[in-house]
Design a protein around this ligand. Structure first.
Ligand SMILES: Cc1cc2nc3c(=O)[nH]c(=O)nc-3n(C[C@H](O)[C@H](O)[C@H](O)COP(=O)(O)OP(=O)(O)OC[C@H]3O[C@@H](n4cnc5c(N)ncnc54)[C@H](O)[C@@H]3O)c2cc1C
Length: 299
């Protein structure tokens, strides 16, 4: 059977794209390995009507919405290969199945790369986060740390200062601030510690203490960390899609990449800012792009 569209990745972007495609009577399959970027968190914030929802509950409700449409199938498995063959695509899954589709949407998301600091993963998603808009409210007015080894440290510190004035910035051995930046941080009573971190300590995800290699210790209750980001799947590379300067897949307003029939939406194309509601709206736009292109081809 020739499908109209295959959506790879069932985060908010792929889920919303699937909804809009299903409602346009398209025959589609959504493949989802179910390893979203925010799986480490207990609550998601800032999505109206869903503020504070558990990420797994968000997906459960979304899939319930999709199951109302008989023209969509949801498969919980990883896609391992996509081949462009003339005007269609051959999709190969980890279960050894093959599917053919006219269009492919990559909604595969990003993966965070944490700084190499002992213990940091124990706190990420519970008391250490990467986005003040997502979790700033939960951190407000607490004793916080900003852990950053690169130039984003100053911007991140400035942002989180809106939520708490009790800040320490740790660069884990890196010298990243200019003299002017350091002076400004000092004026705001923000301590900068450039010593190497030995370990982060705490209990059940709640950060309590940061120990440095020189024996120094500070008490902190939570904070922000700047993470590296990489594509969660390498299809953009194998299909030879152009990338933008942020490491996202380059698309037009409706998610079309430079490869005809390949579309991208969500974190993997916008890169930043990363938000559920933005990814979901990108999903709607990419679905509109696919539907318009199918209509134009068939009319
Ligand atoms: C710690 C943390 C906390 C966050 N908190 C918030 C918050 O409170 N509010 C908010 O708005 N945003 C939050 N975010 C950001 C939010 O999680 C992302 O912006 C959003 O998940 C992006 O949606 P997406 O659909 O693009 O990708 P994702 O949600 O990452 O979904 C991608 C999906 O594709 C699947 N996939 C990848 N490759 C394949 C493949 N080859 N085959 C099949 N499936 C595949 C993955 O397993 C995954 O299920 C947070 C992020 C992090 C890291």
């Amino acid at each position: 059977m020739l499908l109209d569209c295959v959506i790879i990745g069932g985060g908010p972007s792929g889920l919303n794209a699937s909804l809009v495609l299903a409602r346009a009577k398209k025959k589609i399959i959504l493949f989802d390995e179910d390893k979203p970027r925010n799986a480490v968190t207990h609550e998601s914030h800032g999505f109206i009507t869903r503020d504070g929802i558990k990420p797994s509950e968000f997906k459960r409700i979304a899939k319930e919405d999709l199951m109302k449409y008989s023209n969509i199938s949801i498969q919980n498995q990883r896609v391992i290969d996509i081949k462009k063959e003339n005007r269609s695509f051959l999709i190969h899954t980890e279960d050894g199945d093959f599917y053919r589709s006219r269009k492919v949407i990559l909604s595969t998301g990003l993966t965070d790369i944490m700084p190499r600091i002992e213990g940091i993963n124990n706190f990420y998603g519970t008391s250490l986060f990467s986005c003040p808009f997502c979790d700033g409210w939960e951190l407000k007015d607490r004793a916080l740390v900003v852990i950053s080894e690169d130039q984003r440290a100053f911007h991140m510190t400035k942002m989180i200062f809106n939520w708490s004035k009790d800040l320490v910035v740790c660069t884990n051995g890196k010298k990243i601030f200019s003299k002017e930046q350091k002076e400004l941080l000092t004026k705001k009573n923000i301590e900068v510690i450039e010593d190497e971190i030995l370990t982060l300590q705490g209990d059940k995800g709640q950060l309590k203490k940061i120990q440095f290699k020189n024996g120094k210790e500070i008490l902190r209750e939570g904070g922000l960390v700047t993470t590296g980001l990489k594509q969660a799947s390498s299809f953009a590379e194998s299909l030879e899609c152009n990338m933008n300067k942020n490491g996202g897949i380059e698309t037009d307003k409706f998610g079309r990449t430079n490869i005809e029939g390949v579309y991208a939406s969500g974190d993997n194309s916008i890169s930043t800012p990363s938000q559920l509601i933005i990814a979901a709206s990108e999903g709607t736009k990419v679905a509109m792009g696919v539907i318009s292109d199918l209509i134009n081809e068939d009319f």
